[in-house]
Design a protein around this ligand. Structure first.
Ligand SMILES: [Zn+2]
Length: 447
């Protein structure tokens, strides 16, 4: 028997969920334009009496870009430190959230007391779908309280009723020991840290003499948990079968998608607060929630007080895995395939770094670790005319000749399958960084 955090909205037929949400969006629009200088400007050309009755009607509203939020933030004053999209008086704001700043200057978001409640309930809904329950002891490894994965994630764990153990910020060796001592049952970590843990967990068990209580692993902060080889290694290393992916966006709500017991794509879990669309990133046209469809995710947060966003382009690129599920949840299931911002162009061919990683790990997973690093020469670089530099890690020590053979085999496979030329360096095992939060698949190296 499936348990739900919000049975009514999670099991209502999806078109009815969308219809209810459309009513919420329509109801919030007049006040939004009065409260937010950003939306007064963005919606200046929109009819005053526009009514959103279905998801299709959202097309009457303009998309909001991250650059719009940046410009709005730059328009700050003493009374409005959050800029032109600060939609409540300063006194009503109880918390500031910062983006992680991995793609440029950090953006700040404000929360009222009601926003904090909204975040806690929505994030708890995702953790519940991903199998976290009262009685679980959760290791939370995000180091900074101020980022979206910090305090809001922690609030979500406590809202579920689980025991929060905030170990983020400690040295990695200490985290592992504390996890044994505290009898942690559940871990939330990046996929790369989960992998690191899988390699170290037995050794820590021997050093502490404490048996493992770990039963559940939740991925968050970076895509990758959708990759079967990576899941297999985490499952085997930690001897557990419960490995679930999650995803959200600090600008909207930090956790919005979570995997159910099917462990095959993330359900949307933000029904109560956020309307979600899929669009073609090139044309901006809506794409239907249909199995196999792909596109960029766009969010309309109809219950945000302090820094609202409507039709906000997430830059997250997703593939729809299914629109039905044995668990009874009616929201679509997706896999995130990368950030639209991360897309690279090799001699006119579009390619996601994640596509390169997934292909290489799928074909060479028995010989390399399921981690990769691509190098750009500047943060802004999108186009490549020369082979893209890629580093992989060998699983076992290799002689120089074997190392060169492996590099060539990987390069040939990627060229044949993706029409993209890469230049592979094979590093020793452990040669790539494994961070607890936001591990970069693409790094920048000045020439
Ligand atoms: Zn399901």
């Amino acid at each position: 028997m499936t348990e739900y955090w919000n049975r009514e909205l999670e099991t209502l037929p999806w078109p009815e969920v969308e219809r209810w949400q459309a009513g919420q969006v329509t109801a919030m629009l007049p006040a939004l334009r009065r409260r937010s200088r950003l939306y007064a400007r963005l919606h200046a050309g929109v009819a005053v009496d526009v009514a959103v009755r279905s998801a299709a009607d959202l097309a009457a509203l303009p998309l909001t870009l991250k650059d719009d939020l940046r410009a709005a933030q730059d328009d700050a004053s003493d009374d409005q430190p959050f800029g032109a999209n600060q939609a409540v008086p300063r006194d009503a704001i109880v918390q500031a959230i910062s983006s992680s700043g991995t793609t440029g200057r950090p953006l700040y978001y404000a929360l009222t007391a009601r926003d904090v409640e909204t975040f806690a309930d929505a994030v708890a809904n995702v953790w519940f779908t991903a199998g976290v329950r009262q009685g679980d002891i959760v290791a939370h490894l995000v180091g900074l309280p101020m980022v979206a994965g910090g305090l809001p994630y922690a609030d979500g764990f406590r809202r579920v009723g689980a025991t929060l153990c905030w170990l983020g910020g400690l040295p990695s060796e200490r985290i592992l020991r504390e996890m044994r001592h505290l009898r942690v049952t559940t871990l939330l970590a990046t996929t790369s840290f989960a992998l690191h843990l899988a390699e170290q967990w037995d050794e820590i068990g021997r050093a502490t003499g404490i048996a493992s209580s770990l039963r559940k692993v939740l991925g968050g902060g970076e895509p990758g948990m959708g990759q079967p080889e990576l899941r297999r290694r985490i499952s085997e290393g930690l001897r557990l079968g419960h490995v679930r992916d999650t995803m959200g966006l600090g600008d909207v709500i930090p956790s919005l998608w979570g995997e159910c017991e099917a462990q095959d794509g993330m359900h949307f879990n933000g029904q109560r607060y956020v309307m979600v669309e899929l669009i073609d990133p090139e044309t901006g046209q809506a794409a239907p929630w249909r199995e196999g469809a792909s596109g960029e995710i766009v969010y309309s947060a109809f219950a945000r007080d302090a820094t609202p966003v409507v039709r906000y382009r997430s830059r997250d690129h997703a593939v729809v895995v299914a629109t039905t599920c044995a668990c009874g949840r009616t929201s679509p299931r997706i896999r995130c395939v990368g950030r639209t911002d991360d897309m690279l162009i090799y001699k006119g061919m579009n390619v996601f770094p994640t596509a390169i990683r997934d292909l290489v790990v799928e074909r060479f997973g028995s010989r390399i670790e399921p981690l990769l690093r691509l190098w750009k020469t500047s943060r802004e670089q999108v186009r490549f005319d020369d082979a893209i530099a890629v580093e992989v890690e060998a699983s076992a020590a290799l002689a120089d000749a074997a190392r060169a053979d492996l590099a060539r085999a990987i390069e040939d496979t990627v060229r044949a399958q993706l029409q993209v030329r890469i230049a592979v360096s094979v590093l020793e095992r452990g040669g790539l960084p494994r961070s607890a939060y936001k591990n970069a698949l693409v790094a920048v190296r000045e020439p």
